[in-house]
Design a protein. Structure first.
Length: 209
């Protein structure tokens, strides 16, 4: 089973409370989502591989660590996942970005894929799949299915808020994928929303209803 980690750093918890508040406007919501993603990226990238290189310090020749060849791609699930990309890019600016478009049928709550565009070497990249919410797990599972079909094998799923139901579904469907979240919430309601959650992340990021 892949790793499941709640990244509960005090700064992350504080910022999450800001965006949970229904009075939080679009501008602040968007900024803080990016800030949380940036802070989470620090932990999500903790096991990136290092190699030794020789450099000249002002004092002497020295063997020091540098990131080794493992390249990263950030894969937001559209559209809400877009809100997390820039925060991670600030920390890992050389990362490529791929996109998967999903929408949820409001009647059946089933996800449907409508867009897929990736770097052509995803099979050799560490992929960070990002979506603010892990609710039923349907979109995350379908996104990872799509990526695996196209050769991706090294993936981590990163979200801000997760429901236990979504975590369980994703772990069962893709036990090889690590899951990182800033909060594990209580449950899903009858409409498939996370409780207490933060509402519809896409609508709140982009000011739509």
């Amino acid at each position: 089973m892949g790793k499941f980690q709640v990244i509960d750093h005090p700064l992350i918890q504080h910022k999450l409370t800001i965006i949970r508040d229904k009075e939080c406007g679009t501008k602040v919501f968007r900024e803080v989502v990016g800030e949380i993603a940036n802070l989470m990226a620090y932990e999500v990238s903790r096991d990136m591989p290092l190699e030794d290189i020789e450099i000249e310090t002002p004092i002497e020749t020295s063997i020091q660590k540098t990131l080794s060849g493992k390249k990263v791609a950030i894969v937001p699930i559209l559209r809400a996942g877009i809100g997390m990309v820039d925060g991670i890019l600030e920390l890992i600016p050389a990362a490529k970005v791929g996109h998967i478009g999903m929408f949820r049928d409001e009647e059946t709550l089933e996800p449907h894929e409508y867009f897929f565009k990736m770097p052509d070497d995803i099979d050799s990249r560490q992929l960070f799949i990002v979506d603010p919410m892990l609710a039923t797990g349907g979109s995350a599972i379908m996104a990872i299915d799509s990526l695996k079909k196209r050769g991706a094998s090294n993936m981590k799923f990163v979200c801000l808020v997760a429901a236990p139901e979504g975590v369980k579904a994703l772990q069962e469907a893709h036990p090889d994928v690590d899951i990182y979240t800033a909060a594990l919430d209580d449950h899903l309601n009858e409409h498939g929303y996370i409780v207490p959650g933060l509402g519809d992340a896409g609508d709140r990021l982009f000011g739509t209803k």
